[in-house]
Every structure is written in C-alpha cells, then in structure tokens.
Design a protein around this ligand. Structure first.
Ligand code: FEO
Length: 396
C-alpha cells in the first residue's frame, strides 16, 4: 500500500498489522496500525516510528515520497515499543539532524536501548519549532498514557498528531474516519479508551482543558493507531469528554461466572428485574467472554452487577482475573451490586463488594449470597434487586 496523503505535503507512512490478535493482553480482533506521519517542508519532519518488524514497510512508504536520508527532523511523541521499537534502526537509517523528545522520553529510551547516541533535543510544553512554513508546537501529556508522552500540534494546518490518544486498534486499508463503518470505528475507539486510556481520565480532562485554554483549532487528528479523524473530530472530542468524566449510558452490565448454574440463575433473575424497569442489560459469563470486550461494556454502562460462586474460600479464577484487570483500569461513578452462590463458607460476595468499593461504586445492597441453589423466593429478591439497580441507573 502506498503512503496516504493526509493534507498537502502531509502523509501517513506507518505500518499495518493485520494479524495481531493480542496486544499486551488487549484482544485486537481487527488488528492495528502503527501510524507515522511525514511533513514535507523546508525541514522534512517525521513524526513517530513503528513497531519492530515494520521498519522496512514504513521506509518503503517514505521512499515513495522522499529518500529517507533527506528527513531532517524526527519527533518521538511516545516511546512504547509499538512506536519506538523501530526507532533505533530508523534513526540510524535516516540520520536526522535533530530528534525532538521529552525528558522522560529520552530517559525511557535510554532504559530500553542502553546506549543512546542520537541528536536528541528535549522539548517541553510550549516549545515550538519552525520547520518552514509550518510550526510544530509540543504539548507534554504525561500519563496519557506513559510518562514520556507528548502530542504535536501544527497550527498552520489545524492538525494534531496525538500519539495514542484518540486511537483505535483497527487495521484497515482506509485511512480516514469517513471511509470506514462508523459503528465499528466508534466501538473500537471506545474499546481503546476503556482498555488503555481510562485510568488516566483525570489527565485527559486536563488535556481537554489545555486544548480549550490555548484555543487550539483542530480540524484533523492524526493518532498513532487506526484512522485519522477529519469528519468526526467534534464527535471524538465529545466522546473523550464523556468517557474521561465517567459519564455512562443508562444500562446495566452483569458480569459473572458460575460453577453449577446457581449464580447464573441469580444473574438471569437480576437481568429480568432490570428489563422490567425498561433498562437495557447486557450479560457476560466470563468463561465464555473476552475481558477486554467486557471492560468496554463496563465503561459504557452506569450499572454493574458482579456475580461469583465461592471456590476454595475465594472468587472463581475468571472473576478474580477480570476484577484485577478492572480495578487497574479504574472505572468510576458506577452503581453496583454483588451476588453469588456458595456451598459452605461463601466469601466470594464479600470479595466482590471489596472490588466495588475499590472502584468507588455506589453499592445498593450488602450483597446477596445463596447457599447451593436459589429458591423461587431468592430469585424474586434477585429480580427486585435488578429493579432497584435499574432505578438507580435511571436516576443518573
Ligand atoms: Fe501505542 Fe502506548 O503505545
């Protein structure tokens, strides 16, 4: 595939990873891209590199525009190996005059590569570099989502090169938001936010405020994964505002696992109660669900019901694994309920409640636990609790 013109003299020259299905635990059913962008100006400038293994693919694209050795400046917006894995090889190949990077970026690359002998120039927020008729303004974005992260803004083009922010793990031959299925695009952007960016929502809020305060005009957002935003810029900015302030949809997600179907019966009865209140509920049994998909649904829903049988005084391992993952991603402002069946000790429900407390959820009940199998009366209570959960969700 050829390089793709983003705007006059601005090109996408990254790599497409059609086959990756596990990105450090994140299930990437649609693969991903490692985006890099080239601006042809008096100083030819390359923004970001690619994952190791995609260097030649990228350089071949660059060569269709300009000989790689003619690149003057390299900008390293982020050092995670999916972008900087190819840095060393590419930097040695193009021998840039300057490499712009944050202080944390340089320290991080040094920890990865150990021997750094490159022409780095450290930049901070507010630092500007004239590359000809265009200017590159750097804005540090620490912990969105690594300490080194920054974004590059080109005011003359109203264009933001946003590294991981606004990305999607979405391999496609199309490069723009208006060339792909909008439902898939938004779903992948949400999944990306839920599984990568969510813990850093306070920093995202700060960045959105900085964008407003500086009055940055943005017509194009070029992220490091997925397609470029040019037609839905406002939509994705609004969604980042929504997700980073933990606003969620009027919906309940029921996440559970079950040994002998007693906890499952409780889950079904809770769902019935939610439905009877006219609220949508989505159910995920963890033995048959992918945790990255479940996490996306958790982020998007206001209500969350967690269910587990007790096994050896503990949660079922699938629940323990998911809850460890969920806790790290720090969802907030949820309304929660815990439930489950047990044989003789019944610790699981208490442990589920601890996780609900960890994510600072409003817990609507002390937790419903049932010995062996739920009676009709208990299932009625489950339904009532489902109704109560749905009512709380409707209250907002
Ligand atoms: Fe796409 Fe944080 O690397």
């Amino acid at each position: 595939m050829d390089p793709v013109k983003i705007k006059e003299e601005i090109y996408w020259v990254g790599g497409i990873d059609w086959h990756i299905r596990n990105f450090h635990g994140y299930t990437t059913i649609r693969g991903t891209t490692y985006n890099a962008y080239l601006i042809i100006d008096e100083k030819i400038t390359l923004f970001d590199t690619v994952k190791h293994g995609f260097e030649e693919e990228m350089l071949e694209r660059v060569s269709k525009i300009v000989s790689p050795e003619r690149i003057d400046y390299l900008v390293v917006n982020h050092i995670e190996p999916d972008h900087a894995g190819g840095f060393s090889y590419i930097a040695q190949k193009i021998k840039p005059e300057k490499i712009f990077i944050t202080k944390n970026g340089k320290a991080g690359l040094s920890a990865y590569l150990h021997n750094l002998d490159f022409p780095f120039e450290e930049v901070k927020t507010g630092h500007e570099v004239k590359i000809g008729k265009r200017t590159v303004k750097f804005i540090e974005t620490p912990m969105i989502h690594w300490p080194d992260s920054m974004i590059s803004y080109i005011p003359e083009e109203k264009l933001l090169i946003s590294q991981d922010a606004f990305g999607q793990h979405y391999a496609t031959s199309k490069r723009f938001d208006d060339e792909v299925d909008p439902c898939v695009l938004i779903q992948e952007a949400a999944k990306y936010y839920a599984n990568i960016v969510l813990p850093f929502s306070p920093q995202v809020q700060k960045l959105l405020k900085t964008v407003k305060d500086l009055g940055l005009k943005i017509e194009t957002i070029c992220p490091d994964h997925g397609v470029v935003w040019r037609s839905k810029v406002k939509d994705i900015l609004d969604l980042y505002e929504k997700w980073s302030s933990y606003q969620a949809d009027e919906r309940v997600v029921i996440v559970y696992d079950t040994m002998w179907k007693s906890t499952e019966k409780m889950a079904n009865a809770i769902a019935e109660g939610v439905f009877k209140e006219g609220v949508d509920a989505r159910m995920f049994k963890l033995s048959t669900s992918d945790i990255t998909d479940v996490m996306t649904e958790v982020m998007l829903a206001k209500g969350i019901a967690l269910g587990s049988s007790t096994l050896n005084n503990n949660l079922l391992p699938t629940m323990a694994s998911f809850l460890t993952y969920m806790k790290g991603l720090r969802p907030r402002k949820k309304v929660g309920l815990a439930f489950g069946s047990y044989g003789w000790s019944g610790e699981a429900v208490g442990q589920l409640n601890e996780y609900l407390k960890e994510i600072q959820a409003e817990v609507i009940h002390e937790g419903l636990k049932v010995k062996y199998a739920p009676t009709e009366e208990v299932l009625k209570t489950c339904e009532e609790l489902g109704r109560l959960l749905a009512q709380k969700v409707k209250e907002g």
